[in-house]
Design a protein around this ligand. Structure first.
Ligand code: ATP
Length: 626
């Protein structure tokens, strides 16, 4: 069963990769321990000491049987019994230290990795996020990091414990009795073969499980954030079924992985018990024939039993190695994805610009390589308004995306005050280019925090001033908590028009010289529309503005109108001159804008108040009630 994976290269991984790549992943996880070398060293020392003390007990037992019991002195027995008790206590203490330090180490590494991954995701370009599924990325941040975190104490540290125990038991057994040692250790390859076979089948299973967790997060994230759409189309049943089906797939995958791991365990213990029987059989004959002392046979069986712990945990250890590998592979694949939008090494910091913008023979294609803008040319003087019109899909938003350099042009160049946008730092460019998009996104924070989002140092007065210009201040004052009102996830507690004005205030605070407005559809009533219009006009004052416009007033005020069709500018000029051409603009005007003109004319004729100076009282109370 294979889960559909994210479209992104970094999110679609082959189920298995070569040993070299696998070791590379482990090596990179181990490198994450370097900053925490104190915890690492402490955990390793504790592992060593715990093993050492566990090895002492059988040796003391051998001494009691072969020497102590023969001397008949009780004091010897007391001393050895005390020594066994002492070593057990010390072993316990070091085992505690090992457990504690390796868990602490794993939490520190998970903390670092989470930060690293989150920071990297923030830096990746729009193209990466276009092709990524949010749920997949969230499961990288949670389930995969958890897999790597668990790998450190339960995979890596346990494996070290297993190897140290195996090696020391091997050395001791060979010194005690070569035959019994050979019997024990020739059986070890059987254990290895069992584990290797399990490992080979487990790895793709765990990778599928982890991809499945990602897909499940995607479904969950989508249906929860789109809950309004789900409910309005009454598709709850469909969403429940979709989730249920994926959940079932994930359960089955998990069960298969568990079944396989569960088999591993009894098989290994059975193999160990068979070794024990053989040792007792051969050793017993040697003791009967007086070739071996009873003490040594008892010690050998104790050492073989000591192998039981690593053998028992071997299965789990392998499990965590495999899960750590899958988690690590998925995390590093994102970390290794480089952003295709980077600051050039010699990028300059763009100072506050006047706002002169040039598009010179600009063509552009998204990731899929299909060119959506062809040979776009325009010269925009500081303070000018450029209205962009065109049918849906004609490339209006794509033009806007190039200005703050969300994407790079495929050919040609975009300049701001003579600087190619690719030659200045992204942060300084974006400080100069403010955006207000149609699909407003607000954070789950207070109104004050949302308005101040782009300017950390903004004062209370500046925030209020921005809100006043954006025509939202009066409404905010009607709220019980004023500027401290929590807006909810994505601003759900505000109406569309209110959200848009908060977003306008947020951009206004940035005081950018260039504005990019996506004002393409209006889903608000006339009064709110009027307020937004006022807010937009205030915000456009003295700034170069690019606006995807659907409002006649904005278009009439524009210094340039660009009419786009299939990624080309087919007409360019001012309202009156374009209208007189009787071409595509005139047709668009007839279709979309004439109604607005007539409506305004009607309003004027009936001498209604066309331009109220203040927000109407009833609008304010209506908004407050919403
Ligand atoms: N992220 C993307 N990846 C690939 N193609 C895209 C992407 N975004 C837009 N496109 C394509 O680019 C073309 C132009 O889209 P764009 O969004 O710029 O049009 P638009 O004029 O703004 O449309 P609308 O008025 O509907 O918002 C369309 O064919 C669209 O399918």
């Amino acid at each position: 069963m294979q889960f559909a994976q994210g479209k992104n290269q970094a999110l679609t991984l082959p189920p298995t990769s070569g040993w070299r790549e696998n070791w590379n992943v482990y090596f990179r996880i181990i490198k994450l321990l370097r900053p925490h070398w104190r915890h690492t060293t402490g955990a390793l020392i504790c592992t060593l000491m715990a093993t050492l003390f566990s090895l002492l007990a059988p040796w003391l037992l051998q001494w009691v049987i072969d020497v102590g019991l023969h001397t008949g002195r009780l004091t010897d027995l007391f001393i050895v019994a005390g020594a066994i008790l002492g070593t057990s206590i010390l072993r316990g203490l070091f085992a505690y230290g090992q457990g504690y330090l390796s868990q602490a180490l794993s939490s520190l590494v998970a903390y670092d990795l989470r930060n690293q991954l989150y920071n990297h995701l923030q830096e990746l370009s729009f193209s990466f996020h276009d092709d990524s599924e949010t749920g997949q990325l969230m499961s990288r941040m949670t389930a995969d990091i958890e897999a790597v975190r668990n790998y450190i104490p339960m995979g890596l540290m346990r494996a070290i414990l297993v190897v140290i125990t195996f090696l020391s038991v091997a050395v001791i057994l060979f010194r005690l009795d070569i035959v019994l040692a050979l019997v024990t250790f020739t059986s070890v390859p059987i254990l290895l073969v069992i584990s290797e076979r399990v490992l080979r089948r487990l790895r793709p299973l765990w990778l599928d499980v982890q991809n499945g967790v990602g897909d499940l997060s995607t479904i969950m994230q989508e249906s929860l954030s789109g809950v309004r759409v789900v409910k309005s189309f009454a598709r709850e049943e469909f969403e429940i079924k979709k989730f249920g089906a994926k959940n079932l797939e994930l359960r089955e995958l998990n069960m298969s992985a568990m079944r396989l791991s569960a088999w591993n365990q009894p098989l290994l213990i059975l193999a160990l018990n068979i070794i024990m029987v053989i040792v007792l059989w051969i050793g017993g004959i040697s003791v009967i024939n007086k070739h071996l002392s009873l003490g040594i046979l008892v010690a050998v069986t104790q050492y073989v039993l000591l192998l039981g712990m690593p053998v028992r945990v071997f299965g789990f250890t392998i499990n965590w190695w495999v899960r750590g590998l899958s988690g690590g592979t998925r995390i590093f694949s994102v970390l290794d994805t480089t952003s295709d939008i980077n600051d050039a090494p010699d990028a300059e910091v763009l100072p506050k610009v006047n706002g002169e913008v040039h598009f010179e023979h600009v063509s552009f294609a998204y990731n899929n390589g299909i060119e959506v803008l062809h040979d776009i040319n325009m010269t925009v003087k500081p303070g000018q308004i450029v209205a962009i019109l065109g049918p849906t899909g004609s490339g209006k938003s794509s033009i806007l995306n190039l200005l703050p350099r969300f994407y790079d042009v495929t050919s040609g160049r975009v300049t701001v005050d003579g600087h190619d946008v690719r030659h200045v730092t992204q942060a300084s460019l974006r400080r100069n280019v403010g955006l207000v998009l149609q699909d407003v996104f607000l954070f789950n924070a207070t109104i004050r925090e949302n308005i101040g989002y782009g300017v950390i140092s903004a004062t209370e007065e500046e925030i209020i001033e921005a809100a006043k210009i954006a025509r939202i201040h009066d409404f905010i004052l009607t709220l019980p908590d004023g500027y401290d009102t929590w807006v909810g996830e994505r601003g759900v507690t505000l109406s569309g028009g209110q959200k848009q004005r908060v977003a306008i205030a947020r951009t206004l605070l940035l005081n950018p010289s260039i504005l990019v407005l996506d004002d393409s559809t209006s889903s608000v009533d006339m009064e709110t529309e009027y307020l937004i219009q006022q807010a937009l006009e205030a915000v456009m004052q003295g700034r170069t503005t690019f606006v995807v416009a659907s409002r006649l007033r904005t278009i009439k005020n524009a210094d340039q109108i660009l009419v786009l069709e299939r990624g080309r500018i087919i007409e360019q000029g001012k309202h009156e001159s374009l209208l007189s051409l009787n071409g595509p603009y005139a047709r668009l005007y007839d279709l979309q804008l004439r109604e607005q003109e007539e409506f305004e004319a009607q309003l004027l004729a009936s001498e209604q108040v066309v331009e109220p100076v203040e927000e109407p009282e009833e609008e304010r109370s209506k908004e407050a009630q919403r």
